[in-house]
Unconditional design. Structure first.
Length: 329
């Protein structure tokens, strides 16, 4: 865990490593299997959802911190009762300023204030209109409706913010417009919908009504995706894809061509530095294990990405329990 002093560049040099936030922890400053990140629209805070593991229910939570890595707080409540969640998959903020959370265990969407006050939930298991089977990605459209990738129903559903079903498209398969476990969902400024088609190893683009526009497999300018999951689209139309099994984030231009790759360059976070200062014997052992230090800076199963208006990309580095930050140059 040696601190990286310089700020390395991405593969094509369009981005630069900026910072890291994180530490493996079941509570307080730290994350446990972070799977989603969101930027608070009003408070400027970074929100990180930890999925943890079945033996660590107390670590399933949403953490709040500044983008400089100062811990602010968290909210949790493992369980199936209203206001609780078990298998969190995604978080996002709505136009009302509240945080929406998808839980694939209870097949529902829950709504909280930014401070974690529970406001309500909706969703039931099933394949009828409005019902869900393991909701994964969620994102709000410019018109205020909510898009949900209904993973095991192999479709995308559109809801009102209150949970009323409006439309759906998709079915199981590998043809254009079909899905095999859709995961992440994102929208561009025009309302076009991008879906990471997990088992088909591609990103599909649709118009606001669900009409198929294009599919991107990462081979235009790159060597392809392997289980893409989280994704985001910035204000200029660049598409950020968490290429999960390849342990990288691919950046595509608006036409779907790979223009850069983020591989992870993490140094020591502020939280880890505090821990190591209090435990010098542990730091000495880590510094002695130099054979793996370069590998540990890299992404290990990146799961989600959020992009700020000022060009920062926040990547949930799931299996290393941290968020790595890059700045677009």
């Amino acid at each position: 865990m040696t601190t990286v002093v310089e700020y390395p560049m991405s593969v094509a040099g369009l981005y630069q490593y900026h910072d890291v936030i994180g530490l493996l922890s079941g509570g307080g400053p730290g994350f446990s299997g972070p799977v989603s990140v969101a930027l608070g629209p009003d408070d400027g805070l970074l929100y990180v959802a930890s999925r943890a593991n079945p033996n660590q229910p107390e670590a399933v939570r949403v953490s709040r911190c500044t983008i400089d890595g100062d811990y602010v707080g968290e909210f949790c409540g493992w369980g199936i009762a209203p206001g609780q969640f078990i298998w969190v998959t995604a978080i996002t903020f709505g136009p009302d300023g509240n945080l929406y959370l998808a839980d694939e265990n209870t097949h529902r969407i829950s709504k909280f204030t930014g401070e974690g006050q529970f406001l309500g939930c909706w969703g039931e298991f099933g394949d009828a209109a409005g019902r869900m089977n393991r909701p994964a990605g969620i994102a709000f459209a410019p018109d205020g409706t909510l898009l949900v990738s209904d993973s095991l129903n192999h479709r995308v559903q559109r809801f009102t913010a209150a949970g009323d079903p409006l439309a759906a498209w998709g079915e199981a398969g590998d043809w254009p417009g079909q899905f095999n476990m859709p995961w992440g969902v994102a929208l561009d400024a025009a309302g076009n919908v991008y879906v990471s088609d997990w088992r088909n190893n591609r990103i599909q683009k649709f118009d606001a009504g669900g009409g198929f526009i294009a599919a991107y497999d990462g081979r235009d300018g790159g060597d392809g995706f392997a289980r893409p999951n989280g994704l985001a689209v910035d204000a200029d139309g660049r598409i950020y894809v968490c290429d999960w099994q390849n342990d990288r984030v691919q950046v595509l231009d608006a036409g779907g061509k790979v223009i850069d790759t983020l591989i992870g360059h993490s140094g020591t976070s502020k939280w880890a530095r505090t821990f190591l200062d209090a435990n010098p014997d542990i730091e000495a052992k880590l510094n002695a294990a130099t054979q793996n230090i370069e590998l540990k800076r890299r992404f290990y199963r990146p799961t989600a990405v959020a992009v700020s208006d000022d060009g920062l990309a926040f990547v949930a580095d799931c299996y290393r329990h941290r968020v790595q930050i890059y700045r677009r140059l």
